[in-house]
Ligand binder design. Structure first.
Ligand SMILES: O=C(O)c1cc(=O)[nH]c(=O)n1[C@@H]1O[C@H](COP(=O)(O)O)[C@@H](O)[C@H]1O
Length: 269
């Protein structure tokens, strides 16, 4: 499917389309707001409509796996069709699964999402490092072998994270920095750092990978916050927005373009 490293492909996409990542989060609330049934058919209509609206204007699209998983095999079948649509459109796909496990179990997750031969193969997934950064090595190796990438949770956008993550974020950063060494223009290991943080408490200047920054809109962060938080590493930031662009079925593209242009403006070097 791909024959260039993830970081090379992501850099090209960010340069061409601007930095925005649009999340596909088909929650029951949003299905209701769109006048759709909370059913696999409603899920499919919603997700494929979002792909149609944003695939050629967002650098990255991020389906939230949970909203597909809640329908069991029927939801996963919808997810497979959505991934096929995104691949056909040439969009980069970050599947939000936040996986993290040990040994052969982590290897199986890596096979499920990062092996180009898998039915759920994507460009990148979100990973959780709380079983130890080393437990993710098997997924990072699989990602590199398949020209894919991973985004590891470091300082997430939710308020509860402040109790746990600051204690270990330095270790997560160190692991990611090491894995990215020697890769240019961007390494295969990204970090998730919320745009909602009051200030950046991680030195990201030598990290070398992409920074997924969720929290725009519904969680209160603005494109101006990105400029303030990520001064120095602005070119590596991939701001992510879901609910704030998904609320109205007729305006998804319009809101995406608005967020994208504001992010381009605030992340200019
Ligand atoms: O990994 C993520 O994308 C993520 C990380 C994080 O720190 N905060 C966060 O909200 N997210 C995801 O971003 C989506 C919510 O985006 P909004 O609807 O824009 O608030 C959900 O799918 C969350 O799981």
């Amino acid at each position: 499917m791909w024959n260039e490293p993830f970081g090379t492909r992501l850099r090209a996409r960010l340069d061409k389309y601007g930095p925005l990542c649009v999340g596909i989060d088909p929650s029951p609330e949003l299905l209701g707001a769109w006048g759709l049934d909370d059913s696999p058919a409603g899920l499919e209509h919603f997700a494929r409509a979002v792909v149609g609206a944003v695939a050629d204007v967002a650098a990255v699209v991020k389906p939230q796996s949970a909203f597909f998983e809640r329908w069991g095999s029927r939801g996963i079948a919808v997810l497979e069709r959505v991934l096929a649509d995104l691949r056909e459109a040439g969009t980069m796909v970050l599947l939000d699964v936040k996986r993290g496990d040990i040994g052969s179990t982590m290897a199986a997750y890596a096979e499920a999402y990062l092996d180009q031969g898998s039915p759920l193969a994507v460009d990148a997934v979100t990973l959780s490092p709380y079983l130890g950064f080393g437990s993710l090595e098997v997924a990072i190796t699989k990602a590199v072998a398949n020209d894919a990438g991973v985004f590891v949770l470091a300082r997430t956008s939710n308020p509860e994270a402040a109790e746990l993550q600051p204690a270990v974020a330095g270790q997560v950063l160190a692991g990611a920095e090491k894995a990215n060494a020697g890769h240019a223009p961007l390494g295969p290991v990204g970090l998730v750092v919320g745009a909602t943080l009051p200030s950046l408490d991680l030195p990201l200047d030598r990290f070398g990978g992409p920074i997924l920054a969720p929290g725009l809109g519904a969680q209160g962060a603005t494109p101006a916050d990105l400029a303030r938080l990520f001064a120095g590493v602005r070119q590596a930031v991939v701001p992510s927005v879901s609910r704030a662009v998904l609320a109205d079925p007729d305006r998804v593209r319009e809101y995406t373009l608005r967020y994208r242009d504001e992010c381009v403006h605030h992340l200019a070097p």
